[in-house]
Design a protein around this ligand. Structure first.
Ligand SMILES: Nc1ncnc2c1ncn2[C@@H]1O[C@H](COP(=O)(O)OP(=O)(O)OP(=O)(O)O)[C@@H](O)[C@H]1O
Ligand SMILES: [Mg+2]
Length: 502
């Protein structure tokens, strides 16, 4: 078969608009998706990407306009109707039922039956087949809750392609994956594309556009800025289409701003669960210290143990030279140490509370007088952060649940920036955040440094670490395997430490 991409449109979106109370999420959007292409959708947080996807998937209707599926009017009233039409989606947040098995999750809505009963043998065999397609080797009867995030992601994809699937939509699928898992996902996409599948792909990792994309569409403020073949456009051009201005650099590093030699946080011979090694390092006042390492190198486990979220099996933690005893996260917060976790949904936010309450969650004292919350002050402070982090919301009274994925992440950051912590530990802080907003977050980090704080940042994005850190320590299998100072930053050198090759 020749390349399956041709000029026939599988989906035509015509003049679609969608409003939420106080928000115009999509305004007169028109877009064609060609049969057999990988169409990448990019745009800042809150630009309307997920909203557009949700209309195509029958999650909510548009206010006006029309969608054609292979030339025929298509207006799914429910997600089920979209699925029946062969439109499948893997959402930004997982939708698996954790207590069910892998097999039951994949075939949840079309379990094979023998009379009134589930045909267990067929369910097992079909599951094995589709798991093989996505390259996942797990027991079909294993409960999903025992899987890691990357495996869950693959189960989601298996679920999507397990039955008639004409258009596969992936909303930020790589946010939780490691580089090798990402390349596996891309292989799956390429293979399925050969079979004639059309893919709509949303991502904030702009370089991925060139790995798998055929065409790219940029959305800004609910409007289409343009659609281009990936061959005709480079990343700086895409960025300026996204943010509506030229961006000089991705990372603001303030050279004139030197860290001190005063250690603010010292970790000595720390021992964590399931690792025989001891970890020691120090964070200085006014410093951004990065922790690099492969997935599984125990970076997250280490910062969680420092914060008291996981057990510490041995070792000491010193704050400003004094030993402190942290047994729970509450102890850490009282000592002015905070942790922004990588999993914002379960650990960072209360989704059914307003944005302003979430921002002051860790700083109630600062918005209280004589033990009573001063709601006016709470609101003013929230507005200040909403403006400085450019959180897209009609007001600070919005429920956090209604914010776009990236804007929820910004809300977690605002929460910790507001708390008067002296040591801020960020675990993957900019995951799912667009380029413009990342820049704002880095600037706020510098502002914190200028006030004598120290920042420890775990990130899987090496360019980010090299862009913003004074110093990077590298983890490998639960040990500090190397340290690199800013003048010597070099990707290869850091990776050598991570893989422990000399
Ligand atoms: N259910 C809802 N109620 C109110 N507002 C909503 C709702 N869903 C989305 N919005 C708003 O619509 C706008 C577009 O959101 P959308 O989720 O489509 O953005 P996005 O481009 O996917 O962003 P991100 O990159 O952060 O995921 C945002 O301002 C968001 O707050
Ligand atoms: Mg989104």
């Amino acid at each position: 078969m020749m390349n399956a991409v041709n000029d026939a449109n599988i989906l035509s979106i015509k003049n679609v608009s969608k409003n939420f109370p106080g928000v115009c999420a999509l305004s007169d959007v028109s877009l064609d998706i060609r049969k057999g292409e990988v169409h990448v959708l990019v745009g800042e947080n809150g630009a309307g990407k997920s909203t557009l996807i949700k209309i195509i998937c029958g999650f909510h209707p548009g206010d006006s306009g029309e969608v054609l599926l292979e030339g025929v009017h298509y207006a799914p009233e429910t997600p089920r109707a979209a699925m029946d039409a062969g439109i499948r989606v893997v959402y930004q947040e997982f939708n698996l039922l954790s207590y069910l098995s892998v097999a039951e999750n994949i075939f949840f809505d079309h379990l094979p039956r023998k009379g009134p009963l589930v045909d267990k043998k067929k369910l097992h065999d079909d599951t094995v087949k589709v798991l093989r397609r996505v390259g996942l080797d797990v027991d079909p009867w294993q409960p999903v809750e025992l899987l890691g995030v990357a495996q869950m992601q693959l189960v989601e994809i298996a679920k999507a392609i397990s039955s008639k699937c004409r258009v596969l939509i992936l909303d930020e699928p790589t946010a939780t994956l490691s580089p090798s898992e990402i390349s596996r996902l891309f292989d799956i996409i390429r293979t399925e594309k050969q079979e004639g599948l059309t893919v709509i792909y949303i991502s904030h990792h702009l370089n991925e556009i060139y790995d798998i994309g055929d065409r790219v569409t940029v959305l800004r403020n609910g409007e289409i800025v343009g659609t281009k073949s990936v061959k005709e456009i480079d990343i700086p051009q895409i960025v300026s289409m996204m943010v509506g201005r030229q961006m000089e650099s991705e990372y603001p590093f303030m050279d004139e701003f030197k860290q001190t030699d005063i250690p603010i946080l010292e970790v000595k011979r720390l021992r964590i669960a399931a690792s025989p090694h001891e970890i020691s390092f120090a964070l200085k006042q006014g410093e951004i210290l990065g922790i690099a390492g492969l997935v599984g190198s125990k970076r997250t486990e280490t910062v969680r143990a420092i914060f008291g979220a996981d057990a510490r099996l041995g070792g000491e933690i010193l704050l400003n030279g004094k030993m402190i005893n942290i047994l729970t996260p509450k102890d850490a917060v009282e000592h002015g140490i905070c942790l922004l976790t990588e999993d914002r949904k379960s650990q960072g936010l209360i989704l059914d509370m307003q944005l302003d309450c979430n921002i002051s969650l860790a700083s109630i004292d600062k918005v209280s007088k004589l033990g009573l919350i001063d709601y006016g002050e709470e609101r003013r402070q929230a507005e200040r952060f909403t403006a400085s982090l450019a959180i897209k919301t009609p007001s600070v009274s919005q429920l956090v649940r209604n914010l776009s994925g990236g804007n929820q992440q910004k809300a977690v950051i605002a929460k910790w920036m507001f708390s008067d912590a002296n040591v801020l530990i960020f675990d993957e802080p900019t995951r799912g955040i667009d380029v413009g907003a990342k820049y704002e977050i880095y600037l706020l980090m510098w502002d914190l440094l200028s006030r004598g704080k120290g920042i420890l940042i775990v990130s899987s994005d090496l360019n980010e670490l090299m862009g913003i850190c004074h110093r990077i320590i590298v983890f490998s299998e639960g040990q500090v395997s190397g340290e690199v100072l800013r003048p010597e930053f070099e990707q290869e050198r850091i990776l050598r430490y991570a893989y422990r090759v000399s």
